[in-house]
Design a binder for this molecule. Structure first.
Ligand SMILES: [Zn+2]
Length: 121
């Protein structure tokens, strides 16, 4: 019956391991050294879609400079990249994932790429 009452401030949380009171922003508990559920890891996980979209968009963008040399295979390949980029970026935006700006850039680049491809068909 000698326990100290738990007074947790609004900017504090309980350590996921030892239960000690630590700052909400703390990544590692200063008492036991256990890493907390890091919001930055969740952020990276949810940003992979927009990053993937951007990578595909960059592949499309690089091919713009090679436009006079596009043969049928390359045109189809670039079209695939732009569709993949568009799908990933739209999903990313719909699910309100991180990397909104990357997704928007990807949509713009992939849309222009599709117009170029359509113009060549
Ligand atoms: Zn701890």
């Amino acid at each position: 019956m000698n326990e100290t009452p738990i007074n947790k401030a609004h900017d504090e949380k309980f350590c996921s391991d030892c239960g000690g009171i630590i700052k909400i922003k703390a990544e590692i508990c200063p008492k036991c050294g256990v890493r907390q559920m890091s919001p930055s890891i969740q952020l990276n996980e949810s940003a992979w879609m927009s990053v993937t979209a951007l990578i595909f968009a960059i592949l499309c963008f690089l091919n713009w400079f090679n436009l006079p040399h596009w043969d049928k295979d390359l045109t189809v390949g670039v079209l695939m990249f732009s569709i993949a980029s568009l799908v990933f970026s739209i999903f990313s935006l719909q699910q309100k994932r991180k990397g909104k700006i990357m997704s928007i850039i990807s949509i713009i680049i992939s849309s222009i790429t599709m117009l170029i491809v359509i113009g060549r068909l």
